[in-house]
Ligand binder design. Structure first.
Ligand SMILES: Nc1nc2c(ncn2[C@@H]2O[C@H](COP(=O)(O)OP(=O)(O)OP(=O)(O)O)[C@@H](O)[C@H]2O)c(=O)[nH]1
Ligand SMILES: [Mg+2]
Length: 351
């Protein structure tokens, strides 16, 4: 394993550039989650919201809401959303021109997030930004979404420097008896809270992780998973967050892990130490370095947030049957397909 050279935030950003960390929510889920994250202190300075659906942008500040008119009002497909994005690439480029680090948040499996998020990542990279993709993948029961989410998870990963996967199923199981919109609202709050703690908890008494640590512990071209669990007992909360990792990847591939614990003022030093040891025995080959942080909240339960990196594949990639048949080396069309509306005036009909 042994990384010879570790990248840190300083490689991408100087102190003067510290307002150039940008968050972009794409599509319905992406916009909702990004808007929740914007209410926490995270070190992300500006948020933008991008969609082909005006409903996703209602109530947002005009300068932050970027409407990408759809190519057609009747069909919803990722390729059409990508085509619409390409037509308005200047709008996307405009918001990203000074970005040094870009977080792109999208739910995959629908049309807009799947089609536009990889394009936004490509544009951010063209502007020399370091790009984190935050991909929320659909629950198992959403059969109609799984194929696209699988295809576009791979596309999104290729377009980003780092990709963080969050599984709706981790949260759904615990909230199955509530109305779906309330469930999403609550999941979004949990995701925003988890990301804010991982990126830096900013209260005086907190012992924090940071974007710097996220960068130095993330493995390029590998998947990173974010899992969250709330339990009365710290070890249970950690075990539960790790169990979510086991359900999605081969845990032996873990190369690094960040652990954040949040609970009442009485987090015990011994329990924190046991949790860190526990996680290092459950993930990787026993030599994984676990960095940790903790924060205090008014909540009686303990929240355990784990960011683990190094996975060659995640379960959600396997819903793409073509990939399973052809293998990862071969693709039917390696270019990202997209629909464009160019008038074909120069084509002469041959009798
Ligand atoms: N966590 C969370 N997941 C959501 C939410 N809304 C939708 N999802 C998930 O994200 C996936 C993509 O859904 P949307 O974001 O609604 O899709 P879209 O990108 O807006 O594309 P369209 O289908 O064309 O509207 C879905 O399969 C759901 O699993 C949300 O508010 N929170
Ligand atoms: Mg939508």
């Amino acid at each position: 394993m042994g990384k010879e050279y570790t990248l840190t935030l300083k490689h991408f950003i100087s102190e003067d550039d510290s307002n150039k960390i940008i968050g972009v929510g794409v599509g319905s889920a992406g916009c909702r989650i990004a808007s929740k994250i914007s209410r926490f202190k995270t070190g992300i300075h500006n948020f933008y919201y991008l969609s082909c659906d005006e409903k996703d942008l209602t109530g947002l500040n005009k300068n932050e809401a970027i409407y990408i008119p759809p190519l057609t009002s009747t069909k919803r497909e990722p390729a059409l959303a990508r085509g619409a994005g390409l037509k308005h690439k200047d709008k996307i480029s405009g918001i990203l021109k000074d970005s040094k680090v870009t977080f792109i948040i999208a739910g995959l499996g629908g049309a807009i997030g799947s089609g536009l998020a990889p394009l936004v990542a490509e544009v951010a990279k063209e502007n020399n930004s370091l790009v984190f993709g935050v991909a929320v993948v659909p629950s198992n029961y959403e059969h109609s979404k799984l194929f696209y989410s699988s295809v576009y998870l791979r596309r999104f990963r290729r377009s980003c420097d780092y990709i963080i996967v969050i599984d709706n199923d981790d949260f759904m199981q615990r909230m199955s008896d509530k109305p779906i919109l309330e469930v999403y609202e609550e999941i979004n709050e949990r995701i925003a809270f988890a990301l804010s703690r991982i990126l830096g908890a900013f209260e005086k008494e907190d012992y924090y992780l940071s974007l710097d640590k996220v960068i130095s512990s993330s493995i390029k071209d590998r998947f990173t998973l974010l899992t969250v669990s709330d339990r009365a007992n710290m070890i249970d909360a950690v075990s539960d967050a790790v169990a979510s990792i086991y359900r999605k990847v081969n845990p032996a591939e873990t190369e690094s892990a960040l652990l954040h614990l949040s609970g009442s003022k009485n987090l015990l030093a011994g329990e924190v130490e046991d949790s860190v040891k526990h996680i290092s025995t459950l993930l990787g080959d026993g030599s994984v370095k676990v960095e940790y942080g903790f924060s205090v909240n008014g909540y009686t339960k303990i929240t355990s947030i784990v960011l683990a990196s190094g996975f060659k594949t995640v379960r959600h990639e396997s819903y793409d049957v073509l990939e399973s048949v052809l293998g990862s080396e071969r693709e039917i069309d390696s270019a990202p397909e997209c629909a464009v509306d160019i008038p074909l005036t120069n084509i002469i009909q041959i009798e």
